[in-house]
Write a protein that binds this ligand. Structure first.
Ligand SMILES: Nc1ncnc2c1ncn2[C@@H]1O[C@H](COP(=O)(O)OP(=O)(O)OP(=O)(O)O)[C@@H](O)[C@H]1O
Ligand SMILES: [Mg+2]
Length: 239
């Protein structure tokens, strides 16, 4: 099933630093994210959420255990192979957008296309089309500094989608946004999973997202302590 849209993490450990000053960020995490569902990872600050997302996106490899992205294992892969895997499969959305301030919106979206060898005209056409789909056609020539937070995050989502990745990983995508902009970004991420069958993983503290996702995974102190399907509001048992 090498082509299956999934990210499978098995028994992943990851330690930052060596010796007595080192800390385990992940201590044996197993998790399977499937295409078609929106998975939310939550947990206290420092519990390992960002580290787990970085493993799922081949930005880091586990010290022990394994990660398979659409069937391809990251363990043992060298930096160029990991880079190829990321370019082929992964779109990242960061909390603070990480847009290039001197580039226009469409040029920001075109960055990954440039990396995979699109010519400029083809890259510009795809970038403008994606921005159009996200309601930003008339902002394509603006610089990030001329856009609102919600518009910047939509540009960041367009960039994450530019190379048509099977897996979208978003770290606190709504944290810097007001309710309406955050809602629009989440609707978009839901569509990418539900209508397009992509793997969508959102790390978030945002309570407003709780009812909008399909599954909640809770991590504490580097371990998964909960993995539950989200239930419709009316079915929730009052605590
Ligand atoms: N580059 C690093 N070097 C050393 N320790 C790190 C590094 N990055 C993270 N850590 C440590 O690893 C643990 C997990 O960090 P991580 O960033 O994954 O947490 P998080 O759940 O994303 O937290 P937050 O909700 O605050 O973003 C923490 O104890 C953190 O201090
Ligand atoms: Mg984090």
């Amino acid at each position: 099933m090498s082509g299956a849209r999934s990210v499978v993490v098995e028994g992943a450990h990851l330690r930052y630093g060596k010796g007595e000053t080192g800390t385990y960020a992940l201590r044996g995490v197993s998790l399977c994210a499937q295409g078609g569902e929106v998975l939310m990872i939550r947990g206290p600050s420092g519990s390992g959420k960002t580290t787990l997302l970085q493993l799922m996106g081949a930005m880091k490899v586990p010290d022990q255990g394994s990660v398979r992205i659409c069937g391809d294992a990251t363990t043992g892969a060298k930096a160029p192979a990991l880079r190829r895997l990321r370019l082929a499969r992964i779109g990242f959305v960061f909390q603070f957008f990480n847009l290039f301030p001197t580039l226009s919106a469409w040029e920001n979206v075109a960055v990954p296309l440039d990396l995979i060898g699109y010519g400029r005209a083809k890259a510009e056409a795809r970038a403008r089309a994606l921005l159009g789909e996200l309601g930003l056609a008339d902002r394509a020539d603006h610089k990030p500094g001329q856009l609102s937070g919600g518009q910047r995050q939509r540009v960041a989502v367009a960039r994450a989608l530019a190379h048509d990745p099977a897996v979208i990983l978003a770290d606190e995508p709504t944290a810097a946004l007001d309710g309406q902009s955050g809602g629009a970004v989440v609707e978009l991420l839901r569509r990418l999973a539900h209508e397009e069958g992509r793997v969508v993983v959102i790390v978030s503290h945002d309570q407003r997202l709780m009812d909008k996702v399909d599954r909640h995974v809770t991590i504490e102190d580097g371990l998964v302590v909960g993995d539950d399907p989200a239930r419709p509001h009316s079915m929730r048992i009052a605590r």
